[in-house]
Design a protein around this ligand. Structure first.
Ligand SMILES: Nc1ncnc2c1ncn2[C@@H]1O[C@H](COP(=O)(O)OP(=O)(O)OP(=O)(O)O)[C@@H](O)[C@H]1O
Ligand SMILES: [Mg+2]
Length: 290
């Protein structure tokens, strides 16, 4: 078996409020792993602990207990090695504005000792629709352009694991689609990707696996179709030749034939049928309401 791109092991993070005496248990002992070469969606409502998990992976925050392995190496024991393998796009957009897009990518390459990285930077600017803005300073960029610049920055050193914390927040519909296409291309190139998003429909289409976390705990980890079949129903609308319309909600695993038998409908009576699968959005809402 190949080494997992990421293993989060019994990860706990407790924040101590410096002003008051209160303690926030942001992550309460979470386990999951990401298979190399796949896209993993970390989903959860505001405050669930997603950004805290990302901060632990990049060593911005030290785990209270537990550990994180990147391609088999502990981020607490070998931070320099694991940091080289990871690219991260933070949720908060940084607004410092003095340098141009092209310069920023050049400097970022320099941090990794890559002084002849022009080709890679050009490629990323093209891929992220930044080329025409290459001479603009950060403060002259729109919000969506800034976010794309952050993605380009995260990729200059060709990381093996990419962490995207809400990469499409504030990005318009067309660009969001091209961004997701780009993410899929990166996967084809062999990158492993962890992303957080509140756009559940996109997560459903894009991710090989999803984890749903809530209040620092893992509620589900697996394929999105499994969470959908566990938490939602499939809706059958049957239009009969006599003009009647019948609607049934049944378990996702039920086939059409079983539904017809159960409700005593003959095939010969049917004019048309509409079947609607449950959505991740609905499953998610049900889980976090519990
Ligand atoms: N530096 C910090 N100090 C104290 N508490 C913090 C700190 N960072 C996060 N928290 C708290 O930890 C919990 C988890 O926050 P986190 O940012 O990980 O959530 P999230 O899932 O990323 O949410 P969102 O979807 O809003 O980005 C929240 O209760 C938050 O207030
Ligand atoms: Mg967050």
């Amino acid at each position: 078996m190949s080494t997992a791109a990421l293993e989060v092991i019994n990860l706990k993070k407790t924040y101590q409020d410096k002003v008051g005496d209160s303690v926030v248990e942001a992550v309460k002992g979470i386990n999951f792993s990401i298979k190399a070469g796949t896209i993993f969606g970390l989903l959860g409502p505001n405050g669930a602990g997603k950004t805290t998990i990302i901060a632990a992976i990049t060593t911005l925050e030290k785990p209270t207990s537990g550990d994180v392995l990147v391609f088999g190496n502990s981020v607490t024991e070998k931070p320099l090695l694991t940091k080289r393998q990871v690219g991260v796009v933070h949720q908060e957009v940084i607004n410092t504005g003095y340098f141009s897009v092209a310069e920023i990518l050049d400097f970022q390459s320099g941090y990794y000792g890559l002084f002849k990285n022009k080709e890679r930077c050009e490629y990323l600017m093209h891929k992220l629709s930044l080329h025409e803005h290459r001479e603009k300073k950060t403060r002259q960029l729109s919000g969506g352009m800034k976010r794309r610049l952050m993605i380009a920055k995260a990729l200059v050193h060709s990381p093996k694991l990419l962490l995207l914390d809400e990469p499409t927040a504030g990005v318009d519909v067309g660009l969001r689609e091209s961004l997701w296409n780009f993410v899929q291309e990166l996967k084809k190139d062999g990158l492993s990707i962890l992303l957080t998003t509140h756009y559940l429909e996109e997560a459903e289409q894009l991710c090989d696996q999803v984890a749903i976390i809530h209040k620092g705990q893992l509620l589900f980890n697996g394929h999105s179709t499994d969470v959908i079949s566990q938490y939602t129903l499939k809706k059958f609308t049957i239009f009969l030749k006599n003009g009647e319309k019948k609607e049934f909600e049944e378990a996702t695993k039920m086939g059409l034939n079983e539904v017809l038998v159960k409700h005593q409908i003959q095939l010969s009576e049917i004019q048309d049928i509409k079947i609607e699968e449950g959505k991740l959005e609905k499953a998610f809402a049900k889980m976090v309401a519990q």
